[in-house]
Each structure stands twice: as structure tokens, then as C-alpha cells.
Design a protein around this ligand. Structure first.
Ligand SMILES: Nc1ncnc2c1ncn2[C@@H]1O[C@H](COP(=O)(O)OP(=O)(O)O)[C@@H](O)[C@H]1O
Ligand SMILES: [Mg+2]
Length: 325
């Protein structure tokens, strides 16, 4: 991690690995590992959104949680605004926590049912002793920012719709004026019509506050609306990465092609259907060679033996033997 890092990057991850031990027997011996994140490198620029897509169970949430310090990395490094996260002292980490926030998929379970909306949205401000004038003024301002009625301040989470609850979560997430928000499937539990409203709100807030997002979703069509760049994850690894338009319009990796064929993306012609065969192999025993070889429609002999290296073409990277020169 000694290389100088672009000043415009809020986050830079190098070869990150997060494995979960599998314990067996009365002595709880470690007999193997679930390799949820297995050597991921990526970066996010200030004011930019990186979309992270892939099937359920491929390690997206674990990657996000490792960035926020909620899971322990086994290997690799994370630079946040140029600072090596794993080298920070605990009080420095606490300061940084303010700047890194999270929005989850399920808006209801992340809201305390016994707290009213005012207490929920200013909870972080109270914790960090940042209330200068009246609590209500802070709360009102936050409600305005996320498009909620001020009357709602004294009501409770169960009185709101899914979309409104997600707005409450967003108000809480922006209350400490963060510069990075991890959005983990933030609209996956919402109706399609409501999804668009919440995405628009997130984009508005990004513009106004120069926020950066890591936007996790299993749905490429959702990501295509908000992300500047997309990283495609399969079994703990990134298999393709590039500008959103390039990934959607001209996917290179057979896995990306299959993901795109599986969801209708607005404004994109129907393309040849690539159907994903079978289910994901176990993360504790990844296939030899390319991890996707057991399901790939274009599999070759080499794919079963050798792990693909990074192939770079312009601003795109793909890890696939099809593109070897
Ligand atoms: N705390 C944990 N302990 C053990 N295994 C876990 C834990 N959290 C996640 N996993 C496993 O790691 C893999 C990746 O999970 P996750 O990151 O939640 O995937 P995604 O968010 O892409 O659906 C899954 O196989 C999951 O079962
Ligand atoms: Mg997840």
C-alpha cells in the first residue's frame, strides 16, 4: 500500500480477504473457511457511486461490512481518504465512523420500534454530542432533506410505508454529514414505483453533498440508474469492472452477460439469452481454475485449470480466459 493514491479517491481497497471459519466437533476445530471475500481490489472516487452486483451469497454484504469494520479482514488493506484503516487507533476509528454510514435493505428492522422518528433521526447527533441548537430544528431539517413531512416527527416506524421508512433511514444516515454511505440493497424490499423515488432521492443527496456510495444490489437494472461504474462479483471475487454504460451495453464476462440477460434493462435491446446453469458452488470449496467454469456457457479446457488474470481494455477490467491475447 505504499503507492501514492489519487487524492480524489474516498476509498481504495487492495486485495481484501474476509473468510469465515467453519468449526466442527466439541473442540470446535476449524476445518475450513467460507471465502466470502477472496482478494477484492476496488476504489471509489469522491462524489461517485460504485455499483456492486452479483447473485445472493457471493460476498457483497461481507465486503461492505468489512469496509465499515463490522467484519475482520484476514488480508489486504483499506485506504479511507488516504488513511490506512487497519492502522488507526480506536479514537481515530470512532471519528471516521461518523463519515461512513450504512443503509440496509430492510427499512423496518433497522428502526427501533419504540423510538419516535425525531429520536431516531437525531440519535447519531446526540451520541456524538453534535446538537447545537434545538433537537427539533435538527430533526426538521433532516426530514425536509429526505422529503418527509415534519408532522411525522412524533410518530413511530410502524406507521409508515416501506418507502417512507427507507427515507427515515436515509435521514439518519446523513445526519452526521458523512462523505461515504454503504447502501446494501436499499431498494430491494420496495415496490418498483417506490424504488425509483428512493433512488432519485439518493442521487439528489449525492449531488448536493458530494457523497460517495457503494451501492450493493443483486439487480443490475437498479444499479444502472445510479452507478457511475459497476463491479461484478462472483464467489468472493470481482470478475468484471468498468463504466456502467460499457458493462450494460457490452458485457465481456460470460457471468455479466448472464446477469444482464436475466433482467430487463430499460433502454437496452433484447439480447441473445445466456442462461445460467446450475447453482453457485460452495464458497468453502471453490472450483479450480476460474470459479465460474462449472456454470459458464463458453467454458474452455484452460478455465478448469488456471485462474484467469486481469485483462485491461481501456477503462474496463475483466478476469476471463476468453480475452487472453
Ligand atoms: N457471520 C458469518 N459467518 C459465517 N458465514 C457467513 C457470515 N456472514 C456471511 N457468511 C457467508 O458468506 C457468504 C457471503 O454472504 P454475504 O456477504 O451475505 O453475500 P451477499 O450479500 O452477496 O448475499 C455466504 O455463504 C454466507 O453464508
Ligand atoms: Mg447481502
Amino acid at each position: 500500500m505504499n503507492k501514492p493514491v489519487g487524492k480524489n479517491r474516498i476509498l481504495e481497497i487492495k486485495n481484501l480477504k474476509t473468510w469465515f471459519p467453519i468449526k466442527r466437533g466439541i473442540l470446535a476445530r476449524t476445518v475450513g473457511f467460507v471465502r466470502a471475500v477472496d482478494g477484492v481490489s476496488l476504489y471509489i472516487k469522491k462524489g461517485e457511486t460504485l455499483g456492486l452486483v452479483g447473485e445472493s451469497g457471493c460476498g457483497k454484504t461481507t465486503l461492505g461490512r468489512t469496509i465499515l469494520g463490522l467484519e475482520k479482514a484476514r488480508e489486504g488493506g483499506i485506504l479511507y481518504d488516504g488513511k490506512e484503516l487497519f492502522a488507526l487507533k480506536s479514537y481515530e476509528v470512532r471519528e471516521l465512523r461518523k463519515r461512513m454510514q450504512i443503509i440496509f435493505q430492510d427499512p423496518l428492522s433497522s428502526l427501533n420500534p419504540r423510538m419516535n422518528i425525531m429520536d431516531i433521526v437525531i440519535e447519531g447527533l446526540v451520541e456524538f454530542n453534535m446538537i447545537k441548537d434545538s433537537r427539533k430544528d435538527h430533526a426538521r431539517k433532516l426530514m425536509n432533506e429526505v422529503g418527509l413531512d415534519e408532522d411525522a416527527l412524533y410518530r413511530y416506524p410502524h406507521e409508515f410505508s416501506g418507502g417512507q421508512r427507507q427515507r427515515i433511514n436515509i435521514a439518519r444516515a446523513i445526519s452526521l454529514r458523512p462523505d461515504f454511505i454503504l447502501c446494501d440493497e436499499p431498494v430491494s424490499a420496495l415496490d418498483v414505483s417506490v424504488q425509483a423515488q428512493v433512488i432519485n432521492l439518493l442521487m439528489d443527496l449525492r449531488e448536493k453533498n458530494n457523497l460517495s456510495y457503494l451501492f450493493i444490489s443483486h439487480d443490475l437494472s437498479v444499479v444502472s440508474h445510479i452507478a457511475n461504474r459497476v463491479a461484478v462479483m462472483y464467489m468472493g471475487k470481482i470478475v468484471e469492472h468498468g463504466p456502467t454504460g460499457d458493462i450494460i451495453n457490452a458485457p465481456m464476462h460470460p457471468y455479466t452477460k448472464a446477469l444482464i440477460a436475466a433482467v430487463p434493462v430499460v433502454g437496452v435491446d433484447k439480447r441473445e439469452r445466456v442462461v445460467l446453469k446450475g447453482s453457485t458452488p460452495s464458497l468453502s470449496l471453490p472450483p479450480q481454475g476460474c470459479r465460474f467454469n462449472t456454470r459458464c456457457s463458453e467454458v474452455m479446457e484452460v478455465c478448469k485449470k488456471k485462474e484467469p488474470c486481469e485483462i485491461k481494455t481501456g477503462s474496463r477490467q475483466v478476469w476471463c480466459h476468453l480475452y487472453r491475447s
